[in-house]
Design a binder for this molecule. Structure first.
Ligand SMILES: Cc1cc2nc3c(=O)[nH]c(=O)nc-3n(C[C@H](O)[C@H](O)[C@H](O)COP(=O)(O)OP(=O)(O)OC[C@H]3O[C@@H](n4cnc5c(N)ncnc54)[C@H](O)[C@@H]3O)c2cc1C
Length: 369
């Protein structure tokens, strides 16, 4: 439970609260690139940046509970530049051997190279992205339809169906001949993506991450690891929304009475508090299970579905209760509304995760209540 944190996690929460208030909320919006660099330096000094990085690379490799405490606490202030607080994590490159360790993982963790993740294919793709091994090279053809940061990345960790081996994760350098940025686009939350085509791209076989044919579990592990963190950030935003509404409902309306005096308003508000309580309870229970070494694949999916749907409902209802001023483009509720909408699709659409949870218990006997 959020209440029974040990001294170390309580200290972490206090550090994050101070960081959000004194660094992120005070950050200038004049020069975002320079501000991001300042935030990164401050996050390194505060010990937050290294939490997502392995100890063998100078990181502190925080556990799931610590990461959830940190993300939830930061998000509970709804600050800008949260994406600059934590250092790049290895993702699918975790425990990769040479040469990829030196050529890609080390510069990724040092912030010298940018990586991206090519998994999703267009609905109308004639065939999945595929590769054929020819001597010491792999020839890759296909297209990935939603590569976040793909246009700015140095390499793309790409799911490729290798002939005779099966789905494999492959590092493809974006400077390679035949890597074509087909289209750049921005999603509702403001993040940047690209459609990327691979046309007879020649990739060294040494760029296959881990064992060929074992790419799907590796890719799913990366996606799975991020699901609990989405839930943690959503929980933080829920705290921010209920606190904002609390103030709004205690303030008087035109009649001079507190807005929250009306039962119909209290009912709506209570629903949001119930959802927040449930989401946080799930999150902390699951993070503790993860730190005990338990398999939390199903529970992390449950947390992600519940928390991302709940934050969507909270922001939507909060806008309704605050009124038209909350729909002004730069109102924090309007900004948050756009930001959290993507989360019901990114890292697994809600209904697809529901199906996986159903399959987990009915076909594999996995999943807790
Ligand atoms: C902000 C953002 C960032 C993203 N970043 C990346 C990235 O870096 N790399 C990457 O590879 N992808 C990325 N994606 C893509 C994301 O992974 C997909 O959008 C997501 O997995 C859903 O796939 P889809 O868009 O193809 O929709 P679909 O799979 O077509 O799903 C659409 C809807 O169809 C229904 N549906 C789909 N499958 C089933 C099924 N089996 N049974 C029943 N109903 C079903 C569900 O209702 C679902 O919501 C990103 C998406 C967003 C929004």
């Amino acid at each position: 439970m959020p209440e029974s944190l040990n001294a170390e996690h309580q200290q972490l929460a206090a550090t994050c609260a101070e960081f959000a208030q004194q660094v992120l909320l005070c950050a200038s919006s004049d020069n975002p690139a320079a501000t991001r660099a300042d935030v990164r330096s401050a996050a390194k000094a505060a010990g937050l940046f290294a939490m997502t990085q392995p100890e063998s690379f100078g990181g502190t490799a925080a556990g799931q509970l610590a990461l959830c405490v940190a993300r939830e606490t930061l998000a509970s202030f709804n600050p800008p530049y949260m994406d600059a607080v934590f250092g790049p994590s290895p993702g699918v490159l975790a425990q990769v051997e040479e040469p990829l360790r030196s050529t890609h993982l080390t510069p990724l963790l040092a912030g010298e190279k940018r990586g991206s993740f090519g998994f999703t294919e267009a609905d109308d793709a004639p065939a999945p992205t595929s590769g054929v091994i020819e001597g010491s090279n792999l020839r890759v053809n296909g297209q990935k339809s939603y590569v976040t940061g793909g246009a700015e990345a140095d390499f793309i960790n790409t799911l490729v169906h290798i002939e005779g081996r099966g789905p494999s994760m492959v590092v493809i350098d974006t400077a390679s001949e035949g890597v074509i940025i087909e289209k750049k686009f921005v999603s509702l939350d403001g993040s940047h993506h690209a459609i990327i085509t691979f046309k007879d791209v020649s990739v060294p076989v040494a760029h296959i991450i881990g064992e060929a044919g074992k790419g799907m579990p590796r890719a799913m592990r990366q996606i799975g690891d991020t699901r609990l963190l989405f839930a943690a950030q959503a929980c933080g935003y829920m705290i921010w929304v209920v606190n904002l509404l609390n103030q709004h409902l205690l303030a008087p309306d035109k009649s001079g009475n507190p807005r929250g005096n009306l039962d119909v308003i209290r009912l709506r508000y209570a629903d949001l508090r119930i959802k927040t309580y449930a989401a946080r309870s799930m999150l902390y229970r699951t993070a503790r299970l993860a730190d005990q070494g338990e398999n939390i694949v199903n529970e992390a999916m449950a947390c992600k579905v519940f928390a991302t749907e709940a934050i969507g409902e909270l922001v939507d209802t909060a806008i309704q209760l605050v009124g038209g001023s909350a729909l002004v483009e730069d109102h924090p509720l309007a900004v948050l509304y756009r930001q959290v909408r993507a989360w019901r699709l990114a890292e697994g659409a809600s209904d697809v995760l529901r199906l996986n949870i159903g399959r987990g218990i009915l076909e594999l006997g996995k999943g807790r209540l």
